[in-house]
Design a protein around this ligand. Structure first.
Ligand code: F6P
Length: 503
């Protein structure tokens, strides 16, 4: 099948192999050409393996896919989630960047709910509650968990915020064991309020708290939330169909964030994301950071055929970023058919994974330097640290810079065991400092890059039907685990027998 990406193959053939230092030598302007700043974020793509003509060919793909028009449709609240007939208006949660009526209305409702959120927070602050348990999973957990962890002070503030997601009872047991039910409140977060894990853990919390008095909920189905847990309507905050779960941390789903870092700093997070939104909607394709990031992803996946993408955070406070991005990117882009249902015909999302440097250098970086597969990386670091140990921070930054350089340039040795081939691409992302604004901007950048990739591939970034079959089967297997029903599949049957014999 011929695709737009075929036009890029000749560039890949021309460039394939060799240390990236050769590209740098051939293109004296390269470093400046591929450096882009927006507000507190600096990106350098000079260690990606495209040269100037290849980059121009990539930009041509962005124009051919009308990425500028696609962003306009997203911001305007058009139903870009075509399989579910919905808009994806996460940008309206944090600002107003368009005159489109639906987006303006969405923004107004978001502002209203934020006021209600602030009022609930004040109530909680005036109570004797010291601990909050946030119950939710996937998009109702990963974003709040990341941001609360990244931006919390070293010592707990007004509240200690705990996160409970897994259906494994051991998670609930460990979370609750050190807490006092008399001084704990719980926030149950679920867009649908039909998620097994959250319903089971919510029930554990309600029973442990001795009733619903200190239960709060966030849902796009507030009636269901109120009814299922007998929560008073004023303690249930709404969200909307036009916010995808993995794009929802900016809504009332962010209540645990606000409780962990303060309401003012939650608003600064939104301001940072909104400032990045303004960059995305207002910047031509060539200078648009999210577009560059997406085109880089397409180059590495579709032209060079790399099956994995890493994100390495050189800031311990961002240690949860890879887990958050795994849902954002892989749930959004793990698709095999286009918007019209026809086969997509090219590879879509690679496996996203990562961890925090420098720890990762002492575990899997060996494979990144000398393994047979190439894994393009995003290195994310912060220029200024809040920690008081300046020498440690210099060491952290020197490691970040060294790893990217070593992967790119390699080093020849006559001993093949000690030789580094180089030619392993990475993007350098530097935050001036880790602040609510810079983190908001960084997360918004990834959201927009994901959307741009989906447009380039012609797929829907906003549905997730792939997760349904497993959920259905799990529900069907509950009675079989209790010995009440038989199952057809012989492997599952054998496993059930094994569990029954040992249990
Ligand atoms: O596992 C799929 C999923 O639907 C995610 O998309 C979502 O973020 C998560 O489950 C939780 O869903 P909910 O917020 O409805 O409980």
């Amino acid at each position: 099948m011929t695709t737009g990406f075929d036009a890029l193959q000749s560039h890949a053939t021309r460039l394939r192999g060799g240390p990236l230092s050769e590209l740098l030598a051939r293109e004296p302007d390269r470093v400046a050409q591929h450096a882009v700043r927006n507000g507190p974020l600096y990106f350098n793509f000079a260690r990606q393996s495209y040269d100037a003509p290849a980059w121009q060919a990539l930009l041509e793909q962005a124009r051919a896919a009308d990425l500028a028009g696609a962003f306009r449709r997203l911001f305007d609240g058009e139903k870009v989630n075509v399989t579910e007939g919905r808009a994806a208006l996460h940008t309206a949660l944090r600002g107003q960047h368009t005159d489109a009526v639906v987006a303006r209305e969405a923004h107004a409702s978001a502002v209203d709910v934020r006021q209600r959120m602030a009022a609930l927070m004040s109530q909680l602050e005036g109570s004797d509650v010291t601990d909050i348990v946030s119950v939710g999973i996937g998009g109702s957990d990963l974003g709040p968990r990341l941001v609360a962890d990244a931006l919390r002070d070293p010592l707990p503030g007004r509240f200690r915020v705990h996160f409970l997601s897994n259906v494994d009872g051991a998670a609930a047991q460990r979370t609750l064991a050190p807490l006092d039910p008399a001084r704990t409140a719980a926030v149950l977060i679920s867009k649908t309020f039909g998620t097994q894990e959250t319903l089971l853990n919510g029930t554990i919390l309600r029973d442990w708290l001795g009733g619903s008095e200190r239960l709060y909920a966030v849902s796009a189905n507030p009636e269901r939330a109120a009814a299922a847990f007998d929560i008073a309507a004023e303690r249930v905050l709404p969200m909307w169909d036009w916010v995808g779960g993995r794009y929802s941390l900016w809504s009332a789903v962010g209540l645990p964030i606000a409780l962990a870092i303060g309401f003012g700093r939650f608003e600064q997070l939104l301001e940072g994301a909104s400032a990045f939104d303004a960059h995305v909607i207002g910047t031509p394709l060539a200078g648009n950071i999210a577009v560059r990031h997406a085109l880089t992803a397409v180059w590495n996946r579709n032209v060079l055929g790399h099956a994995a993408q890493g994100v390495m955070t050189y800031d311990q406070r961002l240690a949860l970023l890879p887990a958050y991005l795994q849902q954002l990117v892989m749930e959004s882009l793990g698709k095999s058919v286009k918007l019209d249902g026809s086969p997509v015909g090219v590879d879509t999302v690679p496996v996203w994974w990562g961890g925090a440097g420098t720890d990762v250098q002492h575990s899997f970086f060996q494979a990144l330097h000398q393994g047979t597969g190439i894994v393009p990386l995003d290195f994310v670091g912060t220029v200024n640290s809040d920690a008081p140990y300046a020498e440690n921070h210099r060491a952290l930054l020197s490691n970040l810079l060294a790893q990217s350089e070593a992967l790119a340039n390699g080093q020849h040795s006559d001993d093949p065991h000690r030789s580094y081939a180089g030619g392993r691409p990475s993007t350098l992302i530097l935050l001036d400092a880790l602040t609510p604004q810079s983190l908001g901007a960084l997360i918004a950048m990834y959201e927009h890059s994901v959307y741009a990739q989906s447009v380039l591939w012609g797929i829907n970034a906003f549905d997730q039907f792939g997760v349904e079959l497993g959920k259905q089967l799990a529900n069907g297997l509950l009675p079989a685990l209790k010995g009440e029903t038989e199952v057809k599949d012989p492997v599952t049957r054998a496993l059930l027998a094994e569990i029954a014999a040992r249990g």
